[in-house]
Design a protein around this ligand. Structure first.
Ligand SMILES: NC(=O)c1ccc[n+]([C@@H]2O[C@H](COP(=O)([O-])OP(=O)(O)OC[C@H]3O[C@@H](n4cnc5c(N)ncnc54)[C@H](OP(=O)(O)O)[C@@H]3O)[C@@H](O)[C@H]2O)c1
Length: 331
């Protein structure tokens, strides 16, 4: 086997997902070398509070995965750069050709992820909607020209879990508390409960799967916060549990999209969305209805989605189609 060529990239954000991504990447380094002749090298790590660091030669994923404090490899030896822009410029100078962004996104302006728009780079985002479940890649590579006409989906695990817990007898505050203890709900769960997170994801899917050009403001949105617990329990007892359903439909070139709590009929595949399990059902012209279920995803599935985008980019480069890329994961 030839010596693998370095595949240098920057990591923006070093939280739970990044910490799961490094060992996953390390465990597949030999495979990447065998299949694609590349060796993943982390040229820099940047975070809002710890600072932005670029290493002249970079550190390979396997060495970094063996470290108990990977960030320290950068922060203890190097001077921090001024900001994320300086980080990217310096990273490019050090040979990095990819930026993997794993930050908590700003929900109103999409920053810092949308930096890529200004730099004319490729932007892959498989993990943004359903962790590692292939949706963008499925439509783009596996089912080309299938013509997806609409989708229905459960895209927000916090509301799925909270509704499931209320069905089991918990009050809304208790259900939220329990979801927080399980590490699913954030400290401030408003974006999830009020449907904003599902609205962003619905927008992403409407624009990628249905070739729309809508903004989140064009999605009809209603959260679960005002649903009486008795209504939620009665619906579950009747065999039609209520879930926050994302829906988008393309008709005559127009997209109609919504995020609303709906009772699910007993034969509805979305009923598989118990706890944190996510479900999506695609109505296609050429393949009828296709449904995918992601059973109780963890951070590993999110990390895998990032890894799968990295592999896609490497494959494209091999075919001479790839340029640098930005990657953004978001739940
Ligand atoms: N955890 C999951 O299971 C999961 C699943 C699906 C999707 N996601 C999504 O994946 C992303 C990362 O999640 P996570 O769990 O890894 O989050 P996290 O543990 O909170 O880590 C976020 C990281 O991003 C950095 N950061 C935030 N804003 C930044 C900014 N403006 N500039 C530079 N760095 C910034 C933080 O830096 P500081 O620490 O210095 O503030 C931190 O290192 C989020 O968008 C999340 O919604 C997570």
């Amino acid at each position: 086997m030839q010596t693998p060529a370095p595949l240098r990239f920057l990591l923006l954000g070093f939280g739970n997902v990044a910490k799961a991504f490094i060992p996953l990447l390390a465990s597949r380094s030999d495979w990447l070398a065998r299949e694609y002749g590349v060796l993943p090298i982390i040229s820099g790590i940047g975070t809002r509070r710890h600072g932005y660091f670029v290493h002249a030669t970079g550190i390979d994923a396997t060495s970094l995965a063996q470290s108990s404090d990977p960030l320290q490899h950068f922060s203890s030896e190097l001077q921090p750069l001024e900001d994320a822009i300086a980080f990217i410029v310096e990273g490019k100078n050090a040979g990095a050709t990819m930026l993997i962004e794993l930050t908590t996104q700003h929900p109103q302006d999409g920053q810092p992820a949308l930096l890529s728009r200004h730099t004319h780079t490729q932007f892959r985002f498989e993990s943004t909607v359903m962790d590692g479940l292939p949706l963008v890649n499925l439509a783009q590579y596996t089912l080309p020209g299938v013509d997806i006409r609409s989708f229905r989906a459960l895209l927000n695990s916090t509301t799925n879990l909270v509704l499931s817990l209320i069905e089991q007898g918990h009050s809304l505050p208790k259900a939220i508390e329990k979801a927080q203890q399980l590490g699913i709900a954030e400290a401030d769960p408003s974006y999830d409960l009020d449907g904003w997170d599902a609205t962003l994801k619905t927008t992403i899917l409407a624009n990628t799967l249905l070739a729309g050009r809508i903004t989140p403001q064009q999605v009809t949105c209603e959260g679960i916060r005002d649903l009486p617990s008795e209504t939620i329990r009665a619906a579950a007892q009747a065999g039609t549990p209520i879930r926050l359903v994302s829906y988008a439909n393309r008709q005559d070139g127009y997209i109609v999209a919504s995020v609303t709590p709906r009772p699910l009929p007993s034969n509805d595949i979305l009923q598989r969305g118990i706890g944190t399990t996510g479900v999506i059902s695609l109505d296609t012209e050429a393949m009828g209805t296709i449904s995918l279920v992601e059973h109780a995803p963890t951070v590993l599935q999110t990390a895998y989605g990032v890894f799968s985008d990295l592999v896609t980019i490497v494959q494209q480069r091999d075919r001479g189609q790839g340029r640098a890329t930005a990657q953004w994961a978001s739940r």
